[in-house]
Design a binder for this molecule. Structure first.
Ligand SMILES: [Zn+2]
Length: 476
């Protein structure tokens, strides 16, 4: 609850810093992004649409939405909501309008070689937008300034992409990663938070080798500035992190080391040992239920990133979107996929379905689940395409399509403290919308059929966004 109040305060501070005209302005379209735009008119009327509003309520048929000044100015049954004079009218018969996706474990980098994460922000932001993502949080940063620079250039209309909540470089202890810093004391962690918050980062992510002392200092320093902290943890358990005030934990329960019986404080027992303990976990058992109770009571949200774990699980379909990769990166993933398929001992055979069951149990117990994709591991998680896949996997995990869509839209917006503006469809909300063919409230795979993505009232054509980067993702 306290964490929620801090988030709220942070959101108010951010809003106060924006120009007064922000609420009523169409997105600016710079020259470099004009080619990707398919709808650019002062007033737009979307008629005969099926509206899936992101709240979990059933779809409504035959609706008109009027977009003006970047907002949803009016909405009602088409028969009683005539388009205003001069509006550009777009007939959406057979199509659905959803809130733009709000996804919280995204990255602007991709594994390009052993221990090397290539900075692919230029192509990734386009792919995210093409996939229907209108707001994203990066879930850790391997570079420094790219997340922050892209956040600013997307906001100014210079580059096409979703609104970005830019994480600082990872907050971690001594670690084997070439592109990460080492913060081994509370004082060093606080300096890191203050430096990157001053530089423009808007959230923080702790990583696998952090100490409790450094994590506690990170949370305090970030909360003091109205910012949140998430973590992909290992050295610190979920229960310990909840006690230290963390706001969010990544990868559902897959990164929990709470159930490793001989775990030493501040030591990562190895990701494999943690994962085996989660694979062995009984969703009905007392240890799991006690952890869920702790997380629910402390208001700690969990991010589901089933997409990245699917690429590590034998027997799963090829992930969507591989064709945008450079030929060498595509081949690299296909080789990893073949290796995974042949691994009969893989822990993921039990861990992947178990992870789904645990996430469902967490939500049924009152926990807040948000969604993301995590384009890391051995590759194959392709921005935009993977965001749609993540919704499909939530349905496979046992959520209804309406629940999955609310997790991928409203829940993300709530976590970011922006749910008064984005994440659901209602008059007065920002016109961040995804138009798809078909009805994903019944057939979740219809989320792949993206027709137009509106950001602050401007419509982007996903085909035009993807075509110039196809076959080149991996270079930039
Ligand atoms: Zn990640």
């Amino acid at each position: 609850m306290l964490a929620h109040l801090r988030r709220l305060t942070g959101a108010l501070l951010i809003l106060a810093a924006l120009p007064a005209s922000f609420h009523a302005q169409r997105a600016h379209i710079g020259e470099a992004i004009r080619d990707f735009v398919s709808v650019d008119a002062p007033v737009v009327a979307l008629t005969n649409a099926r509206v899936i509003d992101g709240t979990g309520e059933p779809a409504r048929e035959g609706y008109t939405l009027v977009l003006r000044d970047g907002l949803i100015a009016a909405m009602g049954p088409t028969a009683s909501t005539p388009p205003p004079a001069g509006a550009r009218v777009i007939d959406l018969t057979g199509k659905s309008v959803l809130p733009g996706l709000v996804m919280l474990h995204e990255h602007l980098y991709y594994p390009t070689g052993p221990g090397v994460y290539g900075q692919l922000g230029q192509s990734f932001v386009r792919l995210y937008l093409a996939g229907g993502v209108t707001t994203m949080r990066t879930g850790g940063n391997m570079n420094g300034f790219m997340d922050i620079s892209l956040e600013q250039r997307v906001a100014s209309g210079e580059i096409a992409g979703p609104a970005i909540d830019a994480t600082a470089p990872y907050v971690n202890g001594p670690n084997p990663f070439l592109q990460m810093t080492t913060l081994d004391t509370a004082a060093a962690a606080k300096r890191h938070v203050d430096y990157w918050a001053d530089a423009g980062a808007t959230s923080f992510k702790a990583y696998m080798q952090i100490s409790r002392a450094a994590l506690g200092a990170t949370v305090q320093a970030a909360h003091a500035r109205g910012m949140t902290v998430t973590g992909h943890l290992c050295s610190v358990t979920y229960a310990e992190a909840a006690g230290l005030g963390i706001d969010n934990l990544e990868h559902g329960f897959i990164a929990a080391t709470d159930f490793v019986t001989d775990k030493a404080p501040d030591q990562c027992p190895g990701q494999g040992r943690g994962q085996q303990s989660v694979a062995d976990l009984d969703p009905q058992g007392a240890p799991f239920k006690a952890l869920v109770t702790t997380l629910v009571q402390k208001g700690v949200a969990l991010t589901s990133t089933l997409t990245v774990f699917e690429t590590l699980t034998p027997g799963r379909p090829m992930p969507p979107g591989l064709a945008v990769l450079t030929p060498s990166l595509k081949t690299q993933f296909e080789q990893n996929y073949a290796r995974t398929a042949g691994n009969t001992q893989s822990v993921y055979r039990t861990l992947f379905p178990k992870a789904m069951a645990l996430e469902r149990a967490f939500v049924r117990a009152g926990g807040v689940l948000v969604a993301g994709t995590d384009p890391t591991a051995g590759g194959g998680v392709i921005p935009g395409f993977a965001n749609q896949r993540q919704l499909e996997l939530l349905v496979e995990a046992g959520f209804t399509p309406l629940e999955a869509l609310a997790i991928g839209t409203r829940n993300g917006a709530r976590f970011l403290g922006r749910d008064s503006r984005i994440g659901t469809i209602a008059p007065g909300k920002q016109a961040d919308l995804m138009v798809v063919a078909g009805d994903p409230s019944r057939v979740i795979t219809d989320v792949r059929k993206v027709d137009t993505v509106f950001r602050q009232g401007v419509g982007f054509d996903p085909r035009k966004l993807i075509a110039p980067v196809a076959g080149r993702v991996g270079v930039w």
